[in-house]
Design a protein around this ligand. Structure first.
Ligand code: CA
Length: 591
């Protein structure tokens, strides 16, 4: 039972000249002066726990209110606002002349409440109502937009980030997995990225004033990125590639997590909150140089750099002797000395002309395998590398940027239909990277053995169709609610965007393309590398003694070379097969 007091219709001072939304008259409506980020709200005078919100649309145009967001705050500029509710569908918008209600579970007490209309709506609304009771409330229950963590960003004076140079003051609120896990900290936000900045859904770099632990990320850091995934309609490609990187044993894989993002109360879609790639004890783990490190051991590192087709747009870059464009990331352009710059350029040139002595093959080959297994056209368009102090070896990593991987680039065919690696079949390569990679991967016999050993180890470490498909399944389930809202905000499902090879038509079909790609890709890689997959633990049993396998439950059947043959032994001719059921792997003879 909700007590009468708990359900009072609240009144207060109307904010933002929104009287027409609070006049009890269905025939009048509020319209903000601004097209986007307009809002109507109340100052309740003191803190109240909100238990219910109500709204009435101005007319029969649901798009004016779909994705409209209710917020509560205790600062009059709403910088500290928390989300209360989002309107998710045409049905929920309701009809003009009728009030619609949503129950609010957020337990925090707020003095200020508001409704922020969706983009391009002028925030138009005929009536708004807020119900609740006086009280400070508590943080026992916070509202997220979906099952994903919510990242809510409020900028000072409502300035929207507009380029990569100007850092806009902001307050960041992150509501994590357990609904009470709350981070609320000041910092700055700006745009980031290259091609991805051209889309209406913008990628951002956020920087906290102080180092923060964010969600379940390992790093304690100021800088983080919000990846927009505009051209990746599965919204999971980067996260999937990071998983491949972990399973292929890269020493450092960037943190990444799917989140919903609000900017000044407006829903901006499903993003990936990721590590900012930088020198850091939990990220690229090398010594950070100072401008005093100009001689002796100190001059030898650490350096973090990127073979980068966009290098000439950066403040600090060089071309190598064999014409590779290289951006120096650390030391950064503000602090690097000319001595340091000369040192790393000379050392890079030395590596380029004598890679077998100076390039760490272990990381280079694993990075190559992540790129080819994911079918990434951009593997050698941008390659992060680093050099540690007192170590002449140049290491490759981390992996980054997989929007166009997993059969998402119309400039090339489906990588599974090609006879050669993506980087040799139309892949984008910075400078002379194609011939450089050829020297290592194609023309060197000992490298081939090492590549095969790494692949073989990975094939028994989670790089197999069954586990990778299960990972895609789990991501699809996790993203299901958020993708619905994302594609309401960005209605591009039936449009070609970025380099999309075709329109798949639905979220499920987009994900199925990725699932199908992976299923075939593992076998494609086995074939191209000349590798035969043999499960580790095989015990021969006769068909009359099926040991632990319970044939009444689902199992998978493989050929002796690891090829998937389906889920039914009875459908197969006589012969010897591998049967997997959960952790059990048995060789079975059908007579
Ligand atoms: Ca009205």
């Amino acid at each position: 039972m909700v007590s009468l007091a708990a359900d009072d219709l609240l009144t207060g001072t109307v904010l933002n000249n929104a009287d027409k939304a609070f006049d009890g008259n269905p025939g009048t409506y509020f319209s903000a002066t601004n097209f986007n980020y307009g809002w109507a709200g109340l100052d309740l005078g003191e803190r109240h726990v909100i238990t219910r919100v109500g709204w009435m649309p101005r007319d029969n145009v649901p798009s004016r209110m779909i994705l409209g967001v209710f917020e509560g705050a205790n600062s009059p500029d709403f910088m500290d606002a928390l989300p209360l509710h989002i309107i998710r569908s045409v049905g929920e918008v309701g009809k003009p002349g009728e009030m619609n209600y949503a129950e609010i579970t957020c337990s925090v007490g707020f003095r200020y409440v508001r409704y922020v209309g969706p983009a391009t709506s002028f925030s138009q609304v005929a009536e708004l109502e807020f119900y609740g009771h006086k009280g400070m409330g508590d943080h026992s229950n916070l509202t997220r937009i979906t099952n994903l963590p919510t990242v809510s960003i409020h900028t000072l004076d409502g300035v929207i980030p507009y380029d990569k140079e100007h850092e806009i003051e902001a307050q960041f609120t992150i509501i994590g997995d357990s609904s009470y896990a709350l981070l609320s900290e000041p910092g700055t936000i700006r745009e980031r990225g290259n091609a991805s900045r051209d889309f209406p859904k913008k990628p951002w770099r956020i920087k906290f004033e102080k180092k923060q632990h964010v969600l379940d990320a390992p790093a304690h850091a100021k800088k983080w990125t919000l990846i927009n995934n505009y051209g990746d309609k599965t919204l999971m490609r980067n996260l999937l590639a990071f998983e491949l990187s972990r399973r292929l044993g890269m020493p450092y894989t960037p943190y990444g997590r799917a989140v919903d993002v609000l900017l000044n109360g407006e829903y901006k879609g499903c993003y990936q909150l990721c590590d900012h790639i930088q020198v850091h004890k939990d990220r690229v783990q090398i010594e950070e140089m100072t401008p005093r490190d100009n001689s002796g051991d100190a001059l030898t590192g650490g350096y973090f750099f990127e073979i980068d087709a966009y290098a000439d747009r950066e403040a600090s870059y060089f071309y190598s002797n064999q014409w590779k464009p290289v951006t120096i990331k650390s030391p950064d352009s503000d602090s690097i000395t000319s001595v340091q710059k000369n040192y790393i350029r000379n050392h890079f040139n030395r590596m380029e002309s004598n890679w077998s002595s100076y390039l760490d093959l272990n990381t280079f080959l694993r990075h190559f395998l992540v790129g080819e297994l994911s079918g990434n056209i951009d593997t050698y368009w941008s390659v992060f590398m680093y050099k540690q102090r007192l170590n002449d070896t140049i290491y490759t990593g981390p992996v980054w940027d997989f929007d166009l991987a997993f059969n998402n680039d119309g400039r090339i065919r489906n990588p599974n239909d090609m006879s050669d690696y993506v980087y040799r079949s139309g892949g984008s390569c910075a400078g002379n990277m194609r011939s450089f990679v050829d020297k290592i991967i194609i023309n060197n016999e000992s490298t081939k053995d090492q590549l095969l050993a790494i692949w073989g180890e990975a094939r028994h470490n989670g790089i197999d169709q069954e586990h990778l498909v299960a990972f895609v399944d789990s991501m699809e389930e996790e993203l299901l609610l958020s993708q619905e809202l994302n594609f309401l905000r960005w209605p591009i499902m039936k449009k070609i965007v970025h380099q999309n090879p075709r329109i798949w038509g639905s979220y499920a079909a987009e994900v199925e393309n990725v699932r199908d790609f992976i299923r075939k890709r593992v076998e494609w890689m086995d074939n191209r590398l000349g590798y035969t997959y043999v499960p580790e633990s095989i015990s021969i049993i006769s068909d009359s003694d099926p040991d632990d396998i319970d044939f009444s439950r689902p199992y998978s059947v493989y050929s002796l070379s690891g090829q998937t043959l389906g889920t039914d032994l009875n459908a197969l001719p006589t012969g010897i097969y591998i049967v997997r059921q959960g952790p059990l792997v048995k060789k079975i003879q059908i007579r």
